[in-house]
Structure formats: C-alpha cells, structure tokens
Design a protein around this ligand. Structure first.
Ligand code: CP
Length: 306
C-alpha cells in the first residue's frame, strides 16, 4: 500500500482498496481519541472552501481538524471573498495553499476539484463536486455500513435522485469494490448514470433497476435514500411530482429485514418521516456523526500524521 501523505482525494477511485480499508481502520482509532487531547496535527491548518452550501461536510471537516489538534480557516459563502470580485479558482487556490496545509473544497462545476488539485501543492480533498462525486461521504458510508451490519458485501437499494445525487455515484463505485450489489430505485428520468453502473459491474457487482421500492424492500440490507437535487434538476423535470415518488415511513420499514439499515446523506426534505427516527434501523444520524472520525482519518493520513 502506498503512503497517502501528500495525496489528493478527488474521486473515490483515487484510493486503492487497501487504502480505503486503511482509512476505515484508522477511523476506528480516531473514534477512540474524540474528546481527548490530540496533537496528531498540531500546528497544521485546514482550509474549507465551500462554494456550495453544506452543514455536515463543512463542519465535520472543521471539527475533525480541531479534534486532531490543528486549526481551521475557510468560507461557506463566496460573497465575503474575492471570488465575488471575479478571482479565478486557480488564483484562489494559489493563495490558500500558501496559508494552509490541506484544503477541503466543495464546488458546483465539473472538474473544479481536479483543477484545484492541479494548482495546489497541498492535499486537496473533495467535499462534493456538482452532480459528480462525493468521496469522503462514501468513506463514511462504508464505515457506517460496516459498523451497522458488520460487513460490506451487502445489497444496497439506492432510492432517490440517482442522476444528480453525487453521494450515490461515489458509493456505487466504492461499494462495488467490497462485494456490494445494488438495486437502483428511481423513475427513468432520475436513474443512475450508465458510466457509474458500468464501473460497478466491472468490479463484479450485480446492478438492477426498478421504479417501485415495494418490489425490493424485503431483500435489501441497506435502503440508501437521497433527496431530489432541486438545484440541479432541469426545467422540464416536475419537482413536486418526482418528490411525491419517494416516501419512507413505518409501513415501508415494516417490510425491511430486522437487521438492516436506512441511510441518507442528509439533508432530508420530507422523504423520510420523522416518526421512524427512533427505529434502531434508522442509521442516518449515526451516519452523519461518523463523518468526524472518518474525516479525521483522511486528514491525518494525507498529512502523514497516520
Ligand atoms: N451529506 C452532505 O454532504 O451533507 P451537507 O450537504 O450538509 O454537507
């Protein structure tokens, strides 16, 4: 296994299987040090550059660095930065890399993360890129599946906006490398793009498609729900009609296996009823919390502190 020191994480495919496993193992170790003083990344600075809104990714990256004994700077709204005056991404990166030791960035534009990685001599971590990928979400999703179910060779049902939802694009590729199979539950207009399906199938995964969650719910180990990416839908998509297709409630949960998990990268916007939150299979808040140890593991590894 190569060292992760100094590397970028733009796609889940930037890490080998062994490197992904290593990050997941390091995350277990990181869970043990949360709440205790740590100097693993003392003197190091993380910059979080969020050109799109975020709660979980942005704050869990910052929390992760603070838990490691480092510091954090950043923005979540370009109106307070010189981007609003027209500064290019490459110039922003040139400046930030001279202030910080590692950069976590979210951006709406395709190839923006690769561009940032190209212009930065410091590690660049994707915090999500448009309708492309969200690799650290996949690391924490794999960590959550292992923790909830004890294994990764599970049957995952993706249920939501599979076309524009970047979390499922990274997870179908990441999960396929550890024996997962998939059912993509969506209307044709929001189905999983073929490029990601092909990559999962090339790793030996079975990928099936259906429109009605009731057809498959009893066979799933993980129901992975995503919201409709309203900000990315095309004008001809009928948001309200599409939104009405997705609904997770007590009736649906009653058809799931006793040992299974409902996951969601969050935010949810009505697709999961709050009255299932206390069901032991509802794993989405534990999933979000896992973002901290997993991102601690990523930061520490890329900085060569682990
Ligand atoms: N899961 C996730 O990416 O959430 P945020 O958009 O709040 O970061």
């Amino acid at each position: 296994m190569g060292s992760l020191k100094g590397r970028d994480l733009v796609s889940i495919n930037d890490f080998t299987d062994a490197e992904v496993q290593n990050v997941l193992e390091t995350a277990v170790e990181m869970e043990g040090i949360i709440g205790k003083p740590s100097n693993l990344c003392e003197g190091k600075v993380l910059a979080t550059l969020f050109f799109e809104p975020s709660t979980r990714t942005q704050f869990s990256f910052q929390t992760a660095m603070l838990r490691l004994g480092g510091g954090a700077i950043g923005f979540s709204d370009i109106s307070g930065t010189s981007v609003s005056k027209g500064e290019t991404l490459q110039d922003t990166i040139r400046i930030i890399e001279s202030y910080a030791d590692i950069i976590a960035m979210r951006h709406s534009q395709p190839n923006s993360l690769s561009l940032a990685a190209q212009y930065s001599s410091k590690p660049v971590i994707s915090g999500g890129e448009g309708k492309g990928e969200h690799p650290t979400q996949t690391l924490l999703d794999l960590y959550t599946i292992k923790k909830e179910l004890g294994r990764l060779d599970v049957h995952i049902g993706f249920y939501g906006d599979l076309k524009y939802g970047r979390t499922v694009h990274s997870l179908i590729m990441g999960g396929s490398r550890f024996g997962a199979n998939f059912t993509c539950i969506a209307p044709h207009s929001l189905q999983m793009p073929g490029e990601y399906v092909k990559k999962a199938e090339a790793k030996g995964s079975k990928v099936e498609f259906c429109e009605d969650v009731n057809q498959v719910i009893g066979n799933l180990d993980v129901l992975y729900v995503t919201r409709l990416q309203k900000e990315r839908l095309s004008p001809e998509d009928d948001y309200q009609k599409l939104k009405s297709l997705y609904h997770v409630d007590k009736t649906l949960l009653s058809k799931m296996k006793p040992k299974s998990a409902v996951m969601h990268p969050l935010p949810r916007v009505g697709e999961i009823e709050e009255d299932i939150d206390l069901d032991p299979r509802s794993a989405y808040f534990r999933q979000a919390a896992n973002g901290v140890p997993v991102r601690m593991a990523v930061i520490a590894s890329l900085l060569g502190a682990k």
